[in-house]
Design a protein around this ligand. Structure first.
Ligand SMILES: Nc1nc2c(ncn2[C@@H]2O[C@H](COP(=O)(O)OP(=O)(O)O)[C@@H](O)[C@H]2O)c(=O)[nH]1
Ligand SMILES: [Mg+2]
Length: 430
């Protein structure tokens, strides 16, 4: 494996920047740049940095021996002064000494390949870095700490016991089965189905916390979209006039709503227009409608049947001077500040399903969801096959596939575990 190098802190000027090196030649590279031996492991040491004989900075150099480092390889962190010229110089010198530029995520990838972390923990690290809210950070930190692994293990242990019991009973005629065997099995599979389904559903909420959500305000020209946009985001970014067609570009403001980072978007009023600029604005508005998590429509349900009802709030604006005509979820006045709090309540209720409890198993990536969905598919198959008396071996093979997919979320279960579980049910001497 070659040695890699990259700056681990954001580009630009800062108090300190950290350049990381990982791989077999880090000691050699550090010696070349500092003219000293690498410091003892885990002992941050102030060293001078040289380009040939020319001093260019002083930096804290920390060495981590492989097995005790993030990547599972010899690793060095050079905390230099945060000037891009210094950072570039360290990277250049490292490259000249034989290192290669690290690919995105390569330090973490090496950590996974060297069995320092599991694949779900690698995903947690990415989510921890990119989460758009406090709650998102908490969920990712929980899984980095092994929560997903532990919670899945509980499910898998039960599953393994069930498969073992099924295998054990394969050769027994139905009349000789324990009296509660079949009803208990059906109950167990129904519970498992619900549990997995809850975790899949909760992923939508987790996504809101980790990635944030986008809410777009749409409606006809002059409905008061820009006024509402300014009111909700407490800004005066959007130009408000009585002239229809004022807003053309899509404007964005970030707001925090019940712990979720929202990107609120103001759009051009949708109407037929021959004006080239306004037409482009309308096209962009339509695109935003497609991509948003939630829509605030300043119009009634009847005239906006094209909008997805489940993600739209229909709002009547200007209740201070007009009366609604048609079906709306709420009447407001953006200008006179009527029912704005109610609208905010409705927004967070619609985004966060308030009846939803946090499940035991919390997934944080679409890859994890794919496997959980496959697991659910096979649980359903097991359920159906059981009800249709397809035979215990068919049910057992469905449950094996469930186990397989749960394994893929974190790691692979040794088939040994199943064998052990089967034989553990035997008595001594048999
Ligand atoms: N009376 C009243 N006028 C409003 C209200 N909201 C917006 N307006 C006015 O309606 C006009 C158009 O507002 P604007 O926000 O630019 O609408 P947009 O074209 O949908 O973005 C402006 O003159 C606003 O002052 C409201 O709640 N009540
Ligand atoms: Mg506008």
């Amino acid at each position: 494996m070659h040695t890699i190098v990259a700056c681990s802190t954001p580009p630009g000027q800062s108090g300190i920047a950290v350049v990381r090196l990982s791989g077999p030649s880090v000691k050699k590279i550090v010696k070349k740049i500092t003219h000293q031996q690498v410091p003892p492991a885990k002992t941050p040491t102030l060293l001078r940095l040289y380009d040939n004989k020319q001093l260019f900075d002083q930096a804290i150099v920390t060495f981590y021996k492989k097995n005790f480092s993030y990547t599972g390889e010899d690793l060095v962190e050079i905390s230099c002064h945060g000037n891009p010229f210094i950072v570039d110089k360290i990277i250049d010198l490292s490259l000249k000494a034989g290192a290669e530029i690290a690919q995105p995520g390569e330090f973490t990838k090496r950590s996974f390949l060297n069995n320092k972390i599991s694949i779900d923990q690698a995903e947690s690290i990415s989510s921890l870095i990119h989460s758009k809210s406090d709650m998102g950070v908490k969920l990712a930190a929980k899984n980095l700490d092994g929560h997903l692994n532990i919670s899945l293990k509980k499910i898998k242990n039960e599953l393994i016991k069930t498969i073992a019991a099924l295998e054990f009973n394969l050769d027994i005629s139905e009349d000789d089965l324990m009296p509660n065997f079949m009803p208990d099995l059906i109950d167990y599979i129904s519970l498992l189905e619900n549990q997995v389904k809850e975790s899949i559903d909760y992923f939508e909420t987790t996504k809101l916390f980790t990635r944030g959500a986008s809410v777009v305000i749409v409606g006809p020209p002059n409905a008061g979209k820009s006024t509402l946009f300014n009111k909700l985001s407490k800004s005066d970014k959007a130009i408000v006039t009585e002239i229809p067609g004022t807003t053309r570009d899509v404007l964005e403001n970030h707001i925090n709503l019940s712990g979720i980072n929202l990107v609120l978007k103001d759009t051009a009023g949708i109407r037929k227009t021959k004006n080239k600029v306004e037409f482009e604005g309308v096209t962009r508005a339509k695109k935003e409608i497609k991509n948003s998590d939630l829509i605030i429509c300043l119009g009634n349900k009847e005239t906006n049947k094209n909008l997805k009802q489940s993600k739209t709030i229909f709002v009547f604006n200007k209740i201070d001077k007009n009366q609604p005509n048609g079906t709306y979820d709420l009447n407001i006045s953006a200008l006179k500040n009527i029912n704005i709090e109610k609208l905010i309540d409705l927004l967070s209720k619609k985004l966060l399903n308030s009846n939803q409890q946090q499940p035991e198993v919390i997934i944080i990536s679409t890859r994890q969801r794919t496997h959980l969905k496959m697991a659910l598919k096979f649980i359903k198959a097991a359920h159906k096959n059981l009800l249709n008396n397809m035979g215990l071996e068919v049910v057992a093979s469905d449950l094996y596939l469930v186990l397989n997919n749960l394994d893929l979320i974190t790691n692979i279960t040794e088939k040994e575990e199943i064998l052990n579980s089967i034989f553990a049910q035997f008595c001594v001497g048999k």
